[in-house]
Design a protein around this ligand. Structure first.
Ligand SMILES: C[S@@+](CC[C@H](N)C(=O)[O-])C[C@H]1O[C@@H](n2cnc3c(N)ncnc32)[C@H](O)[C@@H]1O
Ligand code: FES
Length: 450
């Protein structure tokens, strides 16, 4: 049984640098072109495109196989894709010049590859070599650091439509030799290209990292660069059991932080509005609302709804800019203050704690929940959105790693489990507590007042 007319497998098995593989011979380019050609010919729902691991024919890569017939293509290049789509996936006739149908030779190559692979794995194991997976994980800070340094230096903007290392170095006030090294490293991780002595942005870097580009995310990503500095104190933070103070420019840090929050919240806010609904909600208190993305999404979904955002005095002017830009200032009031100390008021139908509880200790969260419970109207809800750990606190990975993000960034914050949130809400007097799973890394825990 084939639910699709064709099922195409493209080998994308990554191998260590220098080892022959389909990706090293361009299989990701083939995959990308296939996806675009299938879309443009309206075949995307008839042809299932699947990436796969090594097929044992690496020397003849990129390799792809088309089922149900089981047609094997070798040495496929992006320039061949339009012909394969037209002739084979639309017309039903395989492209003969690229088909490999010498079954005996294919099997021999695959068997030889398998034997060599198993022998090399056994030799590495015997020699006590660090597995590639571990080695890669340990070094993975290097590409990350290259990108963050490039963002800090605003290098992608300086590359613009094309520039030499000297021109870029002079634009960003940095050493030309070192800049050339960084530019070349960025080429190696596919974020720049080079023609002659001129460096160019890729479509991705031009879209997301260049000032003035519509989808530029540099400001929000600079928050990740700030976090990187904090993570470099992790060893000491683990010894101390709390964050290690680091020097920072507070104004710049806050601006990047809120831009970073907006980057995440903009996409998630409509999901939260959809999950919680607006029925029965007239007044919302958004504690630590940051860029205001969640209140803005609720206000836009329901014109009769009013929100109050309580955030720190240095953040509220930034919140105000986002709220004004969204055109919902008449529905959203801003309150500079401290949620751990200030009176919340009363009569709210919904109180939101989006990405807040991880900043605080168990005791602080219990107290917040207790005060929120008192500030809610009958049948009101408290909605906590966060990265929720499993009961053993060993995963999901994002939540477990984020807990350390809070160790290096806060006095007593951490990621918490569903069981913990539920217990705290029950202790605060919420009669019904439930979890709503959202797409992506964070979920909602919702407590209701009867
Ligand atoms: C991780 S951000 C989350 C922002 C927003 N809720 C979102 O999900 O995009 C935490 C927010 O809480 C605010 N905040 C931290 N401590 C606070 C406090 N004691 N009182 C009020 N706001 C606080 C920060 O300024 C920041 O806007
Ligand atoms: S890496 Fe593609 S066939 Fe081996």
């Amino acid at each position: 049984m084939e639910p699709f007319r064709f099922h195409v497998f493209v080998c994308t098995q990554q191998k260590p640098e220098g080892v022959t593989s389909c990706p090293a011979q361009g299989s990701f380019g083939v995959l990308d072109k296939l996806d675009r050609e299938l879309q443009s010919r309206s075949l995307i729902n008839d042809v299932q495109l699947t990436t796969c691991g090594c097929l044992g024919l690496c020397d003849e890569g990129p390799v792809m196989v088309v089922y149900p017939e089981g047609v094997w293509y070798r040495r496929v290049q992006p320039s061949d894709v339009a012909e394969i789509v037209d002739t084979h996936l639309r017309g039903g006739a395989p492209v003969a010049r690229l088909v490999w149908n010498d079954a005996a030779a294919m099997k021999a190559m695959s068997v030889e590859h398998g034997e060599k692979f198993r022998a090399s794995m056994a030799a590495r194991d015997k020699a006590g070599t660090l597995p590639d997976r571990l080695d890669q994980m340990i070094r993975s800070f290097q590409p990350s650091r290259c990108i963050l340094t490039a963002l800090e230096l605003d290098l992608f903007t300086a590359v613009g439509d094309g520039a030499s290392a000297e021109e870029i170095g002079s634009e960003i006030h940095a050493n030309a030799r070192a800049v050339a090294m960084l530019l070349n490293a960025l080429i190696s991780i596919a974020l720049l290209t080079k023609e002659g002595n001129r460096y160019r942005n890729t479509a991705e870097s031009a879209r997301f990292f260049v000032q003035g580009a519509k989808d530029n995310q540099r400001n929000g990503l600079l928050h990740t660069a700030n976090i990187w500095h904090r993570w470099s104190t992790l060893t000491e933070a683990v010894r101390r059991g709390t964050c290690v103070p680091i020097e920072r420019d507070q104004t710049e840090w806050t601006g990047n932080f809120i831009a970073g929050m907006q980057r995440n919240a903009k996409a998630r806010a409509p999901l939260v509005v959809k999950s919680l609904g607006t029925a029965g909600i007239r007044r919302i208190l958004d504690l630590g609302g940051g860029s205001g993305a969640y209140s803005i999404a609720f206000a836009q979904a329901e014109p009769n709804l009013h929100c109050e955002i309580l955030d720190l005095p240095e953040v509220v002017p930034l919140t105000s800019e986002y709220v004004e830009k969204a055109g919902v200032s008449h529905q959203i009031a801003l309150r500079p203050g401290d949620m751990l100390r200030d009176n919340f008021g009363s009569g709210y139908d919904l109180i939101m704690l989006n990405a807040i509880c991880h900043m605080f200790s168990e005791e602080q969260n219990c107290e917040l929940f207790r005060r929120a419970r008192k500030a809610l109207a009958p049948r009101g809800r408290l909605a906590v959105q966060d990265f929720i750990l499993n009961d053993e606190k060993t995963g999901p990975q994002h939540a477990a790693l984020f807990s350390l993000n809070m160790l290096v960034g806060t006095q007593a914050g951490a990621s918490y489990s569903e069981a913990e949130y539920t217990a705290w809400m029950k202790a605060a007097g919420f009669s019904k507590v439930s979890r709503i799973n959202l797409p992506g890394p964070s979920d909602l825990i919702v407590g209701r007042v009867e």
